[in-house]
Write a protein of this length. Structure first.
Ligand code: BGC
Length: 283
């Protein structure tokens, strides 16, 4: 069956929004574009105040904050490199100064610096680890300290706080030519699970979302030509690329009390990419 190109129609825009996160405050790291942007806007639609963290794209971050305000929520764009402990501390302080508290942390900031292993520089290895793994660690640490101090406010949520890590299908799928990226996401999986085990008794809820191929700037090469898109579809049982809004909707659910008993899991949103699609036709 021929596949449409550029890609099939995206799913319809979010259905009438339930204000599942009314009165709560969220930090979304790396929210100036791609998946982070969509999550920030989805949380805003769901009633949360949103801190739009960015690194190096102020104009785009301000636009995202504006879009959140159009949903009727409050928003603030804050620059911070998530791999720098001092900047992370300031990000959390500014959140509390502006909104009085924090309820939701979404560790989304992530980068890819790809090369064959023999060509990968130490700097490419280290920067990916710094942003994709050390960043979530530093942000989780600040969030847990804050959640401990705040305790539970039943008027807002039955949890003391929620943490969502934006991982990748590559937390389980090995990826040749991307050893730094895959190692960072594998590490993030056990950071998330270990932390989930540690803080569960305090009613702090920790989970991940693992996106598959989502149409964002990080993977333009994989979807912007017919050839690349057809090759990509061989890896996706649903035979379509995902849209960032689909990750936004998953994040709203995971951040809300609707998923209160969901703890320490990775929710794969990948059109079936983790189903060994090479076995579709035999084995
Ligand atoms: C990567 C994308 C890739 C996708 C599926 C993501 O984590 O950032 O570049 O297309 O995984 O392989």
């Amino acid at each position: 069956m021929p596949t449409p190109f550029p890609w099939p129609e995206p799913p319809p825009p979010s259905c009438p929004v339930l204000k599942l996160l009314q009165g709560q405050t969220a930090i979304v790291t790396g929210a100036s574009s791609g998946i982070g942007r969509a999550i920030a806007i989805a949380l805003g639609h769901a009633g949360a105040n949103v801190v739009v963290n960015f690194f190096g794209q102020p104009d785009k971050a301000l636009e995202v904050a504006e879009e959140v305000r159009r949903c009727g929520s409050r928003a603030m764009a804050v620059a911070a490199d998530v791999s720098d402990p001092r900047q992370v501390r300031i990000l959390f302080e500014r959140t509390v100064d502006e909104f009085g508290r924090l309820d939701i942390l979404v560790n989304n900031a992530g980068i890819q610096l790809d090369a064959a292993v023999e060509d990968l520089t130490f700097e490419q290895w280290q920067r990916v680890m710094d942003v994709n793994l050390t960043g979530p660690f530093l942000c989780c640490q600040e969030a847990v300290r804050l959640f401990n101090k705040q305790g539970i406010d039943p008027a807002r949520s039955c949890a003391a706080g929620k943490i969502i890590c934006i991982s990748s299908v590559h937390e389980v799928i090995p990826w040749a030519g991307h050893v730094n990226y895959a190692a960072s996401k594998g590490g993030l999986m056990l950071l998330m699970k270990s932390l989930a085990q540690e803080v569960a008794p305090r009613r702090i809820r920790v989970n991940s979302i693992a996106p598959g191929a989502i149409r964002t700037p990080i993977n333009t090469a994989a979807w912007s030509t017919r050839e690349a898109y057809d090759a990509l579809l061989t890896l996706i049982p649903q035979k379509r690329i995902g849209e960032a809004e689909e990750i936004g909707r998953a994040a709203v659910w995971l951040a809300s009390d609707q998923s209160d008993y969901v703890h320490g899991i990775t929710l794969f949103v990948d059109g079936g990419m983790t189903l060994y699609p090479g076995f579709e036709t035999g084995g």
